[in-house]
Design a protein around this ligand. Structure first.
Ligand code: KG4
Ligand code: ZN
Length: 343
C-alpha cells in the first residue's frame, strides 16, 4: 500500500538503470535513480553490439544499484518489492538485470516482478505528471520500437493499435546519422543540427500515408533509403552536403507521420489523452508538432521530460508500483508473470 518503496532495474539495451520510487496515496513518487551507459563503446560500430552491452551491464550493475539507493537517501536494501525489465530486449543484456534482481529479491526477502519495457516507457510519464486516466493512447518511439498502444492499465491491459513494419523511428535517426557520418546515437545530434536547417528544403517521403496504406502502422526504411539516394546524388554532382537541411527535412518527415497517425488514432478510438514516450520523445520538433496538433484536435498531451524518455530504472520501478497498487504479490524471490505485458 502507500509508503511502499520499489526498486526498478533496467538492462534491456545499452543503459544500466536502477531507480527507487515510493507509492503515494494516489500516485508514484520518484525518490532517486542512477544510470550507467555503454553508448560510447558502441559508437564506432554505429549501433548496439549485444555482447558489449551484456558485459557492460555486468560491470556496472552493482555500482548502479548502490548509487540509486544513495541518491534516493534510502538505506541499502530497504525496499518492499523489486521490478525488473523482463522483455523485450537483447537476451544477454536482459539476463544480467534479471539475475541481479533475483539475487537481491532472495537476499532481501521481497517480491519480484518481471516488467514489460514498453509499459515502463509509458509509466515514466506518471513520475512527472501523475496517474494516467484509465484509457490513454501512447505513442512509443525508441531505438527498437515504434508503436501506438491503447493503455487501459499500466499493471496489465495494453493493446497494440499500430506498429512499424520495418525500422523503428529511433533506428531511422541512428541509420541516417550513420550515413551522414554523425555518430551514434543519431537522435540527439540530428535534433540539434535540424534546429538550424530548413524542414522544407527536401521533400522526403512520408511512409504508409497514402490511400489504402493509411492505417495506424509506420514504415521508415523507405525514408532512410531516400536520404541515402539523395546524399549519393549530391556527392555524384560534387555538391557540398547541406547537412542541417537534410537533418531538418528527414526529421520533419518522421515527426509529421508520427504525430498525424497519433492524433488520428486518438480521435478514432475516442481517447482524449495521449502520452509520448521512449527515447525519440526527447526530440524537440516532435514535442512541438505534437503539442500543436493535439491542441488543434482537442487532445491532452503528456510527454515526460527528456531525462525520463530514454531508458532508465525509475520507469521500471514505476510499473512495479502500479502492480503493487493493483495488489498482485508473488512470493519473495520468484519472478511473477509479466505485468504490463502486451496482449
Ligand atoms: O528508449 P531508448 O533510450 O532506448 C530504446 O529502448 O531503444 O531510445 C533510444 C533511441 C535512439 O535511437 C536515439 O537515437 C533516439 O532514441 N533519441 C532521439 C533523441 N534522443 C534519443 N531521437 C530523436 N531526437 C532525440 N532528441
Ligand atoms: Zn527503451
Amino acid at each position: 500500500g502507500p509508503g511502499a518503496v520499489i526498486l526498478g532495474l533496467e538492462s534491456s539495451c545499452d543503459e544500466t538503470g536502477a531507480g527507487l520510487v515510493r507509492l503515494t496515496e494516489d500516485g508514484v513518487e520518484l525518490l532517486g535513480q542512477e544510470l550507467a551507459s555503454s553508448q560510447d563503446e558502441h559508437a564506432r560500430f554505429g549501433g548496439v553490439v549485444p555482447e558489449i552491452a551484456s558485459r557492460a551491464h555486468l560491470e556496472a550493475m552493482t555500482a548502479t544499484v548502490h548509487g540509486a539507493f544513495t541518491k534516493a537517501g534510502v538505506p541499502f536494501g530497504a525496499v518492499d518489492a523489486i521490478a525488473v525489465t523482463s522483455g523485450p530486449g537483447l537476451a544477454g543484456a536482459l539476463l544480467v538485470g534479471v539475475a541481479a534482481a533475483k539475487a537481491y529479491a532472495a537476499a532481501w526477502g521481497v517480491p519480484l516482478f518481471g516488467v514489460n519495457h514498453l509499459a515502463g516507457h509509458v509509466a515514466a510519464d506518471t513520475l512527472e505528471h501523475g496517474p494516467l486516466p484509465s484509457d490513454t493512447l501512447a505513442l512509443l518511439v525508441s531505438g527498437g520500437h515504434t508503436q501506438l498502444l491503447h493503455v487501459q492499465s499500466l499493471a496489465g491491459q495494453i493493446t497494440e493499435v499500430g506498429t512499424t513494419i520495418d525500422d523503428a523511428a529511433g533506428e531511422a535517426y541512428d541509420k541516417v546519422a550513420r550515413l551522414l557520418g554523425l555518430g551514434y546515437p543519431g537522435g540527439p545530434v540530428i535534433d540539434k543540427l535540424a534546429a538550424t536547417g530548413d524542414p522544407k528544403a527536401i521533400a522526403f517521403p512520408r511512409g504508409l500515408t497514402g490511400g489504402r496504406d493509411n492505417g495506424y502502422n509506420f514504415s521508415f526504411s523507405g525514408l532512410k533509403t531516400a536520404v541515402a539516394r539523395w546524399v549519393e546524388q549530391a556527392e555524384r554532382d560534387g555538391r557540398e552536403l547541406p547537412i542541417n537541411d537534410i537533418c531538418a527535412s528527414f526529421q520533419e518527415a518522421v515527426v509529421d507521420v508520427l504525430t498525424a497517425k497519433m492524433v488520428r488514432a486518438a480521435t478514432d478510438l475516442k481517447l482524449s489523452t495521449v502520452v509520448i514516450a521512449g527515447g525519440v520523445a526527447a526530440n524537440g520538433r516532435l514535442r512541438a508538432l505534437a503539442a500543436e496538433r493535439c491542441e488543434a484536435a482537442g487532445l491532452t498531451l503528456r510527454i515526460p521530460r527528456p531525462g525520463l524518455c530514454t531508458d532508465n530504472g525509475a520507469m521500471i520501478a514505476a510499473v512495479g508500483a502500479h502492480v503493487v497498487r493493483a495488489g498482485a504479490f508473488p512470493s519473495s524471490g520468484t519472478l511473477s508473470g509479466n505485468p504490463g505485458m502486451l496482449v
